[in-house]
Ligand binder design. Structure first.
Ligand SMILES: [Zn+2]
Length: 343
């Protein structure tokens, strides 16, 4: 068992009307994730360009009744029972954490990240990001000793293309014994690798990516930044691995600061490319999972054709679970290398 970046090229032939029906050959590529073995495609996409979406009207309309804005958040959001979180809510910097009225699990919260109703991707400062994620860790400090809290999950759906109905920046925070499908698959595959090789997959992945020089972006004291060989976004994903931590609760202040600094830089870059929406997920192990390491996946989201609200989740990815990339992870890594400065 070793880390293999398996890919297969396929050539499609057609008689192209734009060339007088001369034969045209178009290359596609299928890749398999070196850990999960899940496949994805690198596809040619005729005339693709990231088209802007004007949210300005909706930003103003939603501001007047936003439950997360500072003039309302403490009056109309729920509180935790005092035996779970004394005082009812957690506040750190601009961040406020309170129970989710539509919970995903027994321990399910929302973290409003900042006071501003709308923040563009480049507007998230390292301080805002640090305090928001640190507030999530504060919540986990209150519940992680309870039953059924093996996995401490934080997810960020930023703007409607990522499935967020509220524009005000917020995180979903929950502790669960059910890791979900992708994290569950990663946990099982990491354990198989650990048992077969006697080494950590995540450490070997970083070393192998550094040796190849195709997708490694940067290494800091506490984090390694790369792009996903098999990405879920058509624009490719950024992965951040914490080689020393299994859960967010194990992160030192310095590690979270380094992550927040790099994330602000990546978000600024994505904004400069016209990205207006993304999904970000923290993937932890259980505290005792020696075979696993904490990592974050950042996946740009978009409307393929905003005029008709055409999402980036067609049947191929939604039902067949076969994602496709238009921009390759190698191209993204090349750009990010000049963006990320961790020290
Ligand atoms: Zn708001």
């Amino acid at each position: 068992m070793r880390i293999e970046f398996r890919r297969q090229e396929k050539i499609a032939r057609c008689l192209d009307p734009s060339k007088g029906f001369a034969e045209s050959r178009v290359r596609t590529e299928i890749r398999w994730d070196p850990l999960t073995c899940e496949s994805a495609r690198v596809s040619h996409f005729v005339g693709f360009q990231l088209l802007p979406v004007d949210f300005s009207g909706e930003i103003e309309r939603s501001r007047a009744r936003c439950p997360f804005c500072p003039e309302r958040v403490l009056d109309i959001t729920p509180k935790f029972p005092s035996d779970l979180v004394p005082g009812g809510r957690i506040q750190r910097g601009q961040a406020v954490v309170f129970p989710n009225l539509s919970p995903y699990d027994e321990h399910s919260a929302v973290a409003v990240m900042c006071r501003e109703h709308f923040v563009s991707p480049s507007g998230f400062t390292p301080r805002i990001l640090f305090e928001a994620f640190r507030a999530c860790i504060d919540y986990f400090d209150h519940v992680a000793h309870l039953q059924g809290t093996d996995f401490l999950l934080v997810s960020w759906s930023y703007m409607p293309a990522a499935g967020s109905s509220q524009l005000h920046p917020h995180l979903q925070v929950y502790a669960t014994d059910i890791p979900g499908n992708l994290l569950g698959t990663e946990l099982a595959a990491s354990l198989r690798y650990f048992e077969a090789e006697g080494r950590l997959y995540w450490a070997d992945l970083i070393d192998e990516e550094e040796r190849r020089g195709e997708r490694l972006v940067a290494r800091g004291r506490h984090t390694a930044w790369l792009t996903g060989f098999v990405s879920l976004s058509v624009l490719s994903d950024t992965l951040v691995i914490f080689p020393e931590a299994r859960t967010m609760k194990e992160l030192s202040e310095e590690a979270l600061e380094e992550f927040s600094r790099g994330l602000a830089q990546v978000l600024g870059y994505l904004d400069s490319q016209g990205v207006y929406s993304f999904s970000l997920g923290w993937f932890p192990g259980a505290p005792e999972a020696e075979h696993f390491r904490l990592h974050v996946r950042l996946t740009p989201r978009l409307y393929i054709a905003p005029r008709v609200w055409c999402t980036d989740s067609p049947t191929l990815s939604y039902l067949y679970r076969d994602h496709f990339m238009i921009r390759t992870p190698e191209e993204l890594a090349m750009d990010l290398r000049s963006v990320i400065k961790l020290s």
